[in-house]
Design a protein around this ligand. Sequence first.
Ligand SMILES: [Zn+2]
Length: 113
Amino acid sequence: MHELPAVQQIIKIACEKAAAEAASKVVNIKLVAGDRSGFIGESIMMYFEIAGRGTVCEDANIEIETVQSKLKCASCGALFVRKPFEFSCPECGGEGSPTDIGREFYIDSITLM
Ligand SMILES: [Zn+2]
């Protein structure tokens, strides 16, 4: 459910950008969403379709790039994607700890027409 306020915010930003550049339409919005961001692509699309109606964002294409979350090795500093049930570093076998990679959620680009 928390996707709706995020989508409304995205639409607001895109509409402001369109207005600032005197564009008539938002063609494409590219988002980056980490797999631990808590945002689900399908929900974003669904809310976007509803919330974007009647705005310059109507019918815009939503592109979502997913970022896999990564752990950082405490011993050698390597960043790696966690395998199921495993936390150890593929380089040295050290213990990995969570990083912010995979928690991001932001607008990468907005294409106007
Ligand atoms: Zn390591």
